[in-house]
Design a protein around this ligand. Sequence first.
Ligand code: TRP
Length: 472
Amino acid sequence: MATNRGQFNSRLGFVLAAAGSAVGLGNIWKFPFEVGAGGGAAFVLIYLAFCFLLCFPVMVSEIAIGRKTQLNAVGAFKKLGHHNWAWIGFLGVLAGVLILSFYNVVAGWAFGYFLEMSQGNFDFGSVEKFVGFTADWEHIFIYGIVFMGITALIVSKGIQGGIEKAAKILMPTLFAMIIGLMIYSFTLSDAMAGVSYYLVPDFSEITGEVIYSALGQAFFSLSLGMGALITYGSYVSRKQDIVRSAAMITLTDVSVAFLAGLMIFPFVAFLNAGDMSSVSGGPGLIFMTLPGVFESLGPLLGKIVGAVFFLLLSFAALTSTVSLLEVPVAYLVDEKKIKRPVAVWSMAIIIFAIGIPSLLSYGASDTLSSFVNLFKADADGVLKETALPFLDFVELIASDTFLPLGGTFIAIFTAYVWKKNNLNAELMEGRETQSQWLSKYIDFAIMFICPVVLGAITIITILERFFGIQVF
Ligand code: TRP
């Protein structure tokens, strides 16, 4: 039975595919900025602690649930618990559909920028020009269709021939591009001003808000909370060591995020001649500031470096869109007995359609561009009522609310429904080392730390963002 569903061919293949899911837009544009805004190395330390202390046990649980049941997110909860628990899986499938609907739009921008840079068009250095690009919906539509099409093509070829093969090509290429660009950025003048802005710790900037956003970022970046790793885990062989694989996935994700910052800040420092005081965060950095940096490298070098950068961003996004699409596809294949290619192409079309309002919400449609008034922290951390584009609204619901909510219930389910003895028995299969303290820690975290902390994050997010009640 399991063989019909497909299986990863090797541990490396699984680790690369899961790390590919984790490494994405979150690592390359969000992480460096949060580090810059949140006190440099002090933020990195907090982020690392969250990844390993809080997120790692959830990751291990997701993979174990998947491998034990050899089923998609919905089927897995039904099989281990009860029909009543299937809703966690449905919530995950829904989160995957919604996240992919807007993520594909941003991935399409990255792909569009790749085309612009390779033609030597660097003229994006202001909000108007960036929005000029995103509001040009005919182009954005095509980029979105191309990106979803490539994603669907990979997923339609199955686990070994599609997802694993793509990860084995894309991930090493991505690593090589990051290292190459980082080395090059170090040779630019004022590079060290960028590095020290990024890395010198400033503990005074660590506030409740910073800690809370570090946690949300860690969780999103590791692709947790919606059963993506339950789904990938269902294709893992019983001979593999889950704990060790999860450690490798976490390390890869953290390393890529860290290196992305080391590559980006020297570029920014070069553009600003070492003055980092006016550096701003948000999507602006990647889509508005960096094209100016590439332009200043000269016409030929700028084209090459700029094109490589946005190709890298597109590759990072592609291994993530693949994992997002695989979640609903696996559900349709296992539970509804739909053939993989049919499931893949129909889901891709539906999700693209759901993403159309997001696609039009950065300038093309006025109504969608300021869709709802919700609360967002300003530069000083004060909550302000802000008109959010439709895309940001979907992100708030799916990534910021559903994922920590799903994570809370995955931890509760693992600890109190499936139970720690069953988790530990699954982790023993293929285990290469017998580390008692690590198993004890995972048990403790999944029973107490993860449900409490993730539950608190969910509640704080809802209070702050939807109701404007300032918790931090
Ligand atoms: N982790 C990805 C990023 O950092 C986003 C992502 C891909 C994701 N698949 C996911 C997030 C599944 C949550 C769940 O860009």
